[in-house]
Design a protein around this ligand. Structure first.
Ligand code: ATP
Ligand code: MG
Length: 330
């Protein structure tokens, strides 16, 4: 039997290069050898956006377009929608009793996001508990692997703790998942900030038009001490070189540019021009496929309805086993 992958995204906008290099690329690669489910986590999107429920549908459409245009193949991967899969909510209720409040409050990613989102004293219960609902998502599919960015590590740890506690109380039913990190588990933003993220507005989107990509690349933060072309520059912690390492197919060229920049004599503009070329080459075919696919939105939703129906069956079967193990099968 093929091992199982569960991965997904919150529909809160379009996907960017951080998603691509942190997780999407692995999903495209792994779908040949594994059974993959990609979950559009619309209920999780509500945990910090309850008042913006109306915007979710258009973001779901954007996500499906992004997935199919980067090469997620519906014949190998089932794309499904969280809110249409009732077993996920039921499992979340059971798992809530297996986690303490203090443990959720200590989750470093949640802690960080609480600070970033300025909840002050008003943290929605659903937000604090979203790692529990994510544990339900992962285990409902019986996932062995979760390809994701570094910020998801605490979520997978929390899931494993819930699995161990469940299996300890009720018997060996749930599977402990493992995170699959990419070579670039956390891509920094074009502003040099810790993470490229929709919420921080420092992104290059997979669907950006050529002139937007160029504008963003040319505005990128580099080495602040590299003032004159002849100055020796720093390539470490330099976003432009970090992006070249992540996205250029020509490693030798990048290495020789790094050496030149460090020696002095290579200007930021020349490096940015090459990065722009690399990103244009990467994103052009994706953008063109996306435009083609956008001509038939009904066909996209047919794919997702099929994926969701399959997901409903798989997760219902896990829920049945869970209830039996808990002696709640009436
Ligand atoms: P939001 O700001 O709404 O939280 P986001 O841009 O941080 O959005 P998520 O939807 O939280 O994106 O992340 C979806 C997936 O993409 C996760 O697996 C996450 O780890 C990965 N990911 C997101 N941003 C990056 C990044 N900059 N580098 C590597 N992986 C990333
Ligand atoms: Mg995030």
């Amino acid at each position: 039997m093929k091992k199982i992958i569960l991965t997904g995204d919150r529909p809160t906008g379009k996907l960017h290069l951080g998603h691509y290099i942190g997780s999407l690329k692995n999903r495209v690669k792994m779908q040949d050898d594994y059974k993959q489910y990609v979950l559009i986590a619309d209920m999780q999107a509500l945990t910090d956006n309850a008042d913006k429920a109306r915007d979710i549908k258009s973001s779901v459409t954007e996500l499906i377009l992004d997935y199919l245009s980067i090469g997620i193949d519906p014949n190998k991967t089932s794309i499904c929608i969280q809110s249409q899969i009732p077993a996920l909510a039921e499992l979340t209720m059971f798992y809530m009793n297996l986690v303490c409040l203090g443990r959720l409050e200590r989750n470093p990613t949640v802690k960080n996001e609480i600070k970033q989102k300025n909840f002050a004293g008003d943290i929605p219960v659903g937000f604090l508990a979203y790692p529990v609902s994510q544990a339900a998502d992962i285990t409902a599919f019986g996932a062995n692997y979760v390809p994701a960015g570094e910020d998801q590590k605490p979520m997978i740890e929390q899931t494993c703790e819930i699995v161990r506690r469940f299996n300890n109380y009720y018997g060996d039913v749930l599977v402990e998942p493992e995170i699959i990190l990419s070579k670039t588990p956390r891509l920094i933003g074009i502003d040099g900030k810790a993470k490229m993220s929709k919420s921080l507005g420092n992104t290059i989107y997979l669907s950006d038009e050529p002139d937007e990509i160029e504008k963003k690349v040319m505005s990128m933060y580099t080495d602040p001490n590299h003032l004159k072309v002849s100055d020796p520059g720093n390539t470490e912690n330099n976003p432009v070189f970090i992006y070249l390492d992540a996205f250029s197919p020509d490693k030798e060229k990048v290495d020789s540019m790094k050496a030149h920049y460090e020696r002095g004599g290579l200007g930021d503009i020349a490096v940015k021009k090459y990065l722009n070329e690399v990103l244009q080459n990467l994103l052009e075919p994706i953008r063109l496929r996306r435009k083609e696919l956008a001509k038939d939105i009904d066909a996209l939703y047919e794919i997702v309805r099929e994926g969701t129906s399959e997901a409903r069956d798989v997760t219902a079967s896990t829920l049945k086993k869970v209830k039996e193990a808990m002696n709640l099968d009436f």
